[in-house]
Design a protein around this ligand. Structure first.
Ligand code: FES
Length: 260
């Protein structure tokens, strides 16, 4: 397959994609990029410098929300640019920031209740349970479900169901009720962490030790250390031994095609 034009930067218009390349449209402009690249790498191959909309590159920070459509398909789809491979004929744009309503609250003055959620985000009660949020979530989180548990004031369940949210904002971008699911979720998790989850005794003990200054000298010494000595200290630190994988676990991991 021959391209009308080509170029290392992959930014020349083509009618057909050369072998090993795919044709994509970034903000309406056509580029030829190597197949197999993630959207994020394709953006860079096309010569763009990612100043916003790019953070961890590992599917954790939620900075790279992308909306796209493929040629011949009316359906708008969403993805994380760092996790999704380009397809031939992909029209895409990034929405790394979504100007959703963000409440400022003092967690000390809230209670783990429906009232606290409503006080911060009254609009979330407008949820019509259309499930659009669930359909667009790149993490496959049960977003509509946790909105339902939030509307019932079930803080623990909302915290649990929203736990994997990476705050990409794609759910809010498609919500017909203008609710901000991910902020409701994080508020529920904060309320759960502060008021509902049982206190970890070992953590409380260690915080107490820190308060009494037990480690002040050690910390001071570390602050003064040279980087290589610090590195040595880190490499030889006491750590718990890795859990041994049993033979049965190893077999089931192999059968499942995972490297657990
Ligand atoms: S860059 Fe962090 S999730 Fe994509």
């Amino acid at each position: 397959m021959a391209a009308k034009t080509s170029g290392k930067a992959g930014n020349a218009a083509v009618d057909e994609s050369p072998a090993g390349m795919v044709k994509i449209y970034i903000m309406g402009k056509q580029y030829a990029v190597p197949e197999g690249l993630t959207i994020q790498k394709a953006l860079e191959y096309a010569g763009l410098t990612l100043l916003r909309g790019c953070g961890c590159r590992g599917g954790f920070c939620g900075a790279c929300g992308t909306v796209y459509r493929t040629e011949g398909d009316y359906k708008l789809k969403v993805a994380l640019a760092c996790q999704t491979v380009v397809e031939d004929g992909m029209y895409l744009t990034q929405i790394p920031f979504y100007p959703a309503n963000k409440a400022i609250y003092d967690i000390e003055k809230l209670t783990p209740s429906l009232e606290s959620l409503v006080q911060a985000y009254p609009e979330f009660m407008r949820c019509v349970q259309c499930n659009t949020c669930r359909k667009v979530c790149p993490q496959d989180i049960e977003v509509m479900q946790y909105m339902a548990t939030a509307m019932r004031g079930d803080i623990a369940k909302t915290a649990d169901l929203s736990f994997d949210c990476i705050m990409c904002g794609l759910c809010a971008s498609r919500c017909p009720a203008d609710t901000v699911q991910y902020y409701v979720g994080i508020l529920a998790r904060r309320l759960y962490g502060k008021y509902v989850a049982p206190e970890a005794k070992h953590l409380a003990d260690r915080l107490g030790e820190l308060d009494t200054g037990k480690f002040d000298k050690e910390i001071d010494d570390m602050i003064k250390m040279k980087q290589e000595d610090l590195r040595k200290l880190y490499d030889t630190r006491d750590i718990e031994p890795a859990e041994e994988t049993t033979e049965t676990e190893a077999v089931s991991a192999t059968e499942a095609g995972t490297d657990k």
